[in-house]
Each structure stands twice: as structure tokens, then as C-alpha cells.
Design a protein around this ligand. Sequence first.
Ligand SMILES: Cc1cc2nc3c(=O)[nH]c(=O)nc-3n(C[C@H](O)[C@H](O)[C@H](O)COP(=O)(O)OP(=O)(O)OC[C@H]3O[C@@H](n4cnc5c(N)ncnc54)[C@H](O)[C@@H]3O)c2cc1C
Length: 445
Amino acid sequence: MAQVAIVGGGLAGCDCAWQLAEAGTMVTLYEMKPDKHSEAHSEDGLAELVCSNSFRATGPSAAVGLLKEEMTALGSLIMEAAMATRVPAGGALAVDRTLFSEYITDKIENHALITVVRQEISSLDAEELQGADAVVIAAGPLASAELTESLMASVGDERLYFYDAIAPIISRDSVDFDKVFWGSRWKPEDDDYLNCPMSEEEYTAFVKALLEGEKVQPRDFEKEIHFEACLPVEAMAERGEMTLAFGPLKPVGFVDPKTGERPFAIVQLRTENVDKTSFNLVGFQTKLKYPEQKRIFRMIPGLENAEFLRLGSIHRNTYVNAPQVLDETLQLNAKPGYYLAGQITGVEGYLESAACGLWLGLSLSRRLHGKGLVELPPETALGALLSHLRTEPVKQFQPSNVNFGLMPGLQKKMKKKLRKEAYGVRAQEAFAEWLNAAELKDTEV
Ligand SMILES: Cc1cc2nc3c(=O)[nH]c(=O)nc-3n(C[C@H](O)[C@H](O)[C@H](O)COP(=O)(O)OP(=O)(O)OC[C@H]3O[C@@H](n4cnc5c(N)ncnc54)[C@H](O)[C@@H]3O)c2cc1C
């Protein structure tokens, strides 16, 4: 019988273990708690939710709602536990975190093919991992220091990161094209960037709003994470009124085709996907609270009605440059037989981490049983999330939650509500078709 060792009994590790074991693979799951807790974990159970108790929106008009449907169809233990321990939260799926963790711990510990070992694994070459047919590292965004060092030695220190500095992403359809123009610095013909020109008055009001905006307070272990390369946009604004105009909002090399003049400042929007259906705000990593980001960034000319597909953040997060480090099966290029799952791959969020673990468990079990698995189309939520781990250009790789911007664009322009519905319908059809073709039921035990 095939045997897999998993390091980390969090959301990804548990859904991965469940898929493998349900398909007839023996799993040894190593979890360092209760001997050792990360800075954010405090309980002893598996699949601990370290912050919010929400798995966000439900329903097919949200990408994360579609992800829930797909995970449920694939037999996700995380989704099963979430539904069993659900608490009222309007249109969102929220859980009682204690019952949720207890449910999963019970299921995992009592599965005939899973052995849970409460022990830290400090190296990829640890003796305990030898002899397994495959090793899955699902140690999360706060993986223990020794294991992270070992992973870094394997992938190279320039391909493993400790912080997220995420800029917001907006949908193209929500940009006012009467106000913005294409072009990169000195290259007006370039169409990889959109530019939002600002007058002096607009710039001054914007800087004032950034300074006054409400910010998220960093946690104790996140206090010294600001370094020059990823200063929050509001921290830059604090350095002086013109700091942004001489930094990321520098207008040098741009002429606004509508006025024939150089704007006082410009905000650049960089293409986020091949279809150019979404853009990120260059240099706008931020600790502003989410509602403040929406309010303040909509002051940028052309973005008055911006639809935010992802909001900005800066936080402690261990993750790899997936497009450089992983192959399409989530295997480490540098260490065949070793796979990554969960947040450490560069997906972002509870559900995304679990989905990544689920997918790895499912696909790995198929391979270990000598069967292939048709790739999930990028029109599906899980397929889109996985395709993000292969994005180009790899130099700019940043973690992402699941959102419609990761999916291929729709051919037609339509209103926001209809567009979301169209993404939803297309995703459901693509997933149903894939599921039909995948013949998951015949995995041999
Ligand atoms: C402080 C913080 C707050 C967050 N809040 C949210 C939120 O509110 N909503 C959201 O959607 N996402 C949130 N995230 C992001 C992310 O979704 C969660 O961290 C999620 O739990 C990641 O799932 P995972 O399975 O990859 O890792 P985890 O759930 O963290 O699981 C990793 C497990 O591995 C264990 N482990 C680590 N190192 C070792 C080792 N060497 N040997 C053995 N075991 C080890 C850990 O103890 C842990 O149990 C947050 C992240 C952080 C850091």
C-alpha cells in the first residue's frame, strides 16, 4: 500500500490526508502541536483557525462560493466540518472554531489509514520522512523556523519569502477609460500599464486621505516587517508630502494624451493576467483597513467605481515563488517526491489552503495508484487558483486568494452583477464537465 508523510496538520494537511486516506493510501501526519505552537496558533487540535471564523461568501456569484461547491463535490473534509459546525453569518459561511477543529481532529485521528504523530519535523531530510512514497509539506504561513530553513536550502533563499506585501487588484471593467491612458515610462505605445493621471489638487487630497485613513495594527510578531522594498503606501506618504510623487507616483516619462502635458502625479495599474481583465495598483501595498482602501483608492481619477477583486495587505507569511519552485503537480523541482500544499505554495486564505491540500491529495492518490487526472480547467474556481501558482512573469509572483480575476476573461462586456453570474455559470458548467470526464470513483484501493 502506498504511503505518504504529511508535515502539518492544518487546513491543507488535513484535507490532503483525508483525500489520500479515502482513496486507500496510508498517511502519517506530523503535527508539532501541542509541544510547539507558532506565534498565531494557541489550541492543540488540528485545522485550527488562527484568526477569523469565517470562510467568506457562499453562492456561485462569488469565486470563493464556487470554490466551496467544488470542494464539497470532491469530498472535502474541511467543507464537511464547516457545514456541520456552521454558525449564522448572513450570506457567509462561518463556523464555531472549537467544534470545527474538534470535528476534523476526530475524523483524522480515527481514520483507519491515518496515523497522527505529534512531533515537529525540522528538516526535509528528517529520518521520519525517509521511506515514504511521497512527502507533503503543509506547514503553513508560520512553518517552524528549522523546517523553513531546510526548505530554503532546497529551493534557494531568493525563492522563499517571509512577508506578503500585497497591492489591491481591480477589474478592468470598473475602470473609467475616459480618464486613464495606456503606456509605460517613456513608452506610450506599451500596453502593459494603465495610468491614472492626477492633478496637484487631487494628489494633495489623496495624500491627506492616506495619512488620515484607519490602519490595521500589526500583531506583535509582525512589528518589524516594514522594510524599504515593501513599505506601505501610507508609510511612504508619512515621510513627506512629495515622497509618493517622487516615488511610485512619479510622472516622469508620461504625457497624458488628453492634455498633451505631464500630469502632476500618476498611479500605475499593472496588468495582472494574460487577458488583461484585472490590474494591480503598483506600489500600493498597504495596512489600511479594507473599507478605507475602497474609499481612499476610489479617489484616484479613473477608479471612482473600482471593483476590488483583492484588497491590499502586508503580513507575515512564509511562501515560495511557486512558478519557479514547483512543477504543475505541486512537486518541488529541486526535490522530487516532495510536494507543497496550502498557504506555503502562494495561495492565500483558509479555504484556498484547504483546497490546495485537497487537490494535492486527490491528484497524488491517483498517481500513486497508477492513474492520471485530467487538469482542472481555469474556468473553475479551483482550476483558476491552481493556475495562479504557474503565473508569469514569475518575478512578480504574489500570493492570491481565489477571485474571478484569476479566471480567463469573459468575451462580452456586461454589468458587474451579470458578469459575476456569468463567471459562476461558466465555472459550474466547466466543473461538471470535468468531473464527468475525471472518473474519480474508480480509484483502486
Ligand atoms: C496570523 C494569521 C492570520 C490569518 N487569518 C486568516 C483569516 O482570518 N482568514 C483566512 O482566510 N486566512 C487567514 N490566514 C491565512 C491562512 O489562510 C491560514 O494561515 C491557514 O490556516 C493556512 O492553512 P495551512 O494549512 O497552509 O497552514 P496552517 O493552518 O497554519 O497549518 C500548518 C500546520 O503545520 C504545523 N507545523 C508547522 N511547522 C511544523 C513542523 N516543522 N512540523 C510539524 N508541524 C508543523 C502547524 O502547527 C500548523 O498546525 C491567516 C494567516 C496568519 C499567519
